[in-house]
Every structure is written in C-alpha cells, then in structure tokens.
Ligand binder design. Structure first.
Ligand code: DGY
Length: 325
C-alpha cells in the first residue's frame, strides 16, 4: 500500500508525477485554499502533507491527524508550522532552502532599485499622462551605487543579496544573531555591526531574518526614527518583521525616504495606508516566484516528503528530534 498524501495547493505536473510514483495523492489543482476545518478533514487519514505558507499547521490540526508522519512545506520560511508540536508527535517537518536564494535576492534588489528610482510611482505617472516634457529636476531618485547596504539576517538569502552589492560598489554592513565566519565576511566584503549601528548608518535597510516571536516588529517606530531620513527599507522576508502601521507613518511624515515591500502583515489584505503612498514599491509576495525556482521548490518539497515516508532522512529536515523519538 502506498502512503496517502495531501497536496494542499496547486503544484506542477512533474511534482504530481513524482509524488504519484511513490504515494496515493490527493491534490488541490483547483488551488482554492482549504479552510482550517476542510484541511483537518482531509488530513485525518493522511501520512504526509505538502503545504504552503497559506496553510496553518498547528497543534490542533496535528492532534486530529493521527497517521501523519511528515509536513513538507513548499517554502524556506516555516512560521506557518508549529515545529514544537510536530516534534512532540514525532512528525517530521521540512522546508526548501537553497533553491530560492538567488531569485529571492534578485527580488530584494528589484525592490531596492525600484524604490531608489521611484519606478512604480513614475510608471503610474507615465500611464496617467503626467509626462509632458523632460526637466532637469524631474522626479529625482537616489543612487544605489556607492551607498551603504545594511542587511539584517546574513543567512543564505542575505549573503546572496550582499554578493550582488559588489557590482554596485556598495559598502555592505550586516547584523545577524551570530556573526558569520571571517573568511565569508571577507568574500562578501561585509562588516558586522550592532543593530543600532546598522540602523544609523544604512542607506538601504534590508530585512532578511526569519519571522518568529523574537523578530516580530523588530522594525517599529523607534527603529525607524534611528534611520537616516534618506533611508530606504526593504522587506523581502516576512510580514510582521516590520510594524506596518509604524512604517506607513514614517513614510508619510518623512522619517525615512521610501520602502520596497514584498511581504506584509495580514497579507494579502495589506494595510490600506500603503495604497495612498507614492514612496513605497509594493509586490505581492513573489520573492521566489520565477518559473524555475517555483518548480525547484515544489520538487524539493516532494523529495523531502517521499524520503520521510520511505523511512530515509529527508534532505531538509527541520526537527531531527522527530525522527529520533
Ligand atoms: C519562502 O520560501 O519562505 C517564500 O517566502 C515563499 O515564496
């Protein structure tokens, strides 16, 4: 008997083919997100689930899924999963690190460049017919080259963002829970600084820390006040790392210059205050959304799921204790 698995959102044909060779698959190719009660009903007899950041995998859901052995998230971030509750029930949880580093770093850079050069605002003006002549002082932006890039979170994606800064002759500073190895610092030409130093010195403040209770609102009114009035904030990690209401106030009153955001609190129902602002570039959580990367993420999750159900260590196991217990 093949193990039973649920795929909670639409995936690629090759993902389903691969899963189908190893499992009995119930999929959701219609891509209508399951309500929590529907997800619970469908998981009651499943051995594995492949899910996304839109699915909340909490202790209650796990308690009602007695056959479940593995939760394979199609994302590197896993704040939608209660990892401790998984471990307590010997349920393995996995994510998809690595395959999305470059695409996510590219998007962070898209936001930096877009916010610095006011790209989405100016595109709106062109479409509205506001561009009637060339003027020397027209819609001036700020330079990215030779500016100071401050990165909070120097994990794999943070490093990919830093690497790209060399082409722009930027000074790179970073703050991380643990300082990275000195040879890596050298290769990235990145200098470790305190949180306060990063906030005070950076022209671009890029957030790439995972979301947790510890990083909730790590950028709020007080931190925004510490930044230069010319600073540009980029959030390419998770909503909730930034206090969106405080950011809106800071963008409105000139505490900082601009922002580029791919993620929001309560997304996709973002704070309407953002919609009235010209100095913010808004993207709909598409950091990893290139065809190649999303295919690679789905296949990585599928391989994690199949390995776990075959009794092998899944390549991207988040809670090794679940396997030991
Ligand atoms: C991730 O992998 O965590 C991304 O946010 C999903 O696109």
């Amino acid at each position: 008997m093949k193990p039973k698995v649920l795929v909670t959102r639409e995936v690629f044909d090759e993902t389903l083919e691969y899963l189908g060779a190893h499992c009995q698959v119930e999929s959701n190719q219609e891509d209508v997100p399951f309500e929590p009660s529907e997800l619970a009903r469908r998981l009651a007899d499943k051995n594995g689930v492949m899910c996304c950041l839109t699915d909340r995998v909490d202790a209650t859901l796990l308690a009602g899924s007695p056959q479940l052995k593995v939760v394979a998230n199609i994302a590197v971030g896993y704040n939608n999963i209660d990892l401790a509750a998984c471990t307590a029930r010997a349920i393995m949880a996995t994510n998809t690190p690595g395959v999305l580093n470059d695409s996510t770093a590219d998007l962070a850079w898209t936001l930096m460049l877009g916010a610095a050069r006011r790209l989405t605002e100016l595109e709106r003006r062109v479409r509205n017919g506001e561009w009637t002549s060339w003027r020397l002082k027209q819609w001036l932006g700020v330079d990215v080259h030779h500016a100071t890039l401050g990165i909070f979170g120097m994990g794999r994606i943070g490093q990919a963002i830093a690497k790209r800064a060399a082409g722009f002759d930027m000074k790179v500073i970073y703050h991380n829970r643990t300082r990275i190895a000195s040879d890596l610092e050298k290769r990235l030409d990145a200098t470790y600084v305190t949180k306060d130093e990063l906030l005070r010195q950076s022209d671009f403040v890029v957030l790439q820390v995972p979301y947790s209770a510890e990083t909730h609102h790590m950028i709020g009114a007080a931190e925004l006040k510490q930044m230069k009035p010319s600073a540009i904030v980029i959030n390419s990690t998770r909503g909730g790392v930034v206090d969106d209401a405080a950011l809106i106030a800071a963008l409105k009153d000139g505490t900082i210059r601009a922002a580029g955001l791919d993620v929001f609190e309560n997304e996709p129902r973002l704070n309407p205050g953002f919609l009235d602002l010209d100095n913010v570039v808004l993207a709909p959580h598409v950091g990893s959304s290139t065809e190649a990367t999303r295919r690679a993420m789905a296949m990585t999750a599928a391989k994690n799921l199949v390995a776990a159900l075959a009794g092998a260590p899944p390549p991207n196991l988040l809670n090794p204790d679940a396997r030991r217990s």
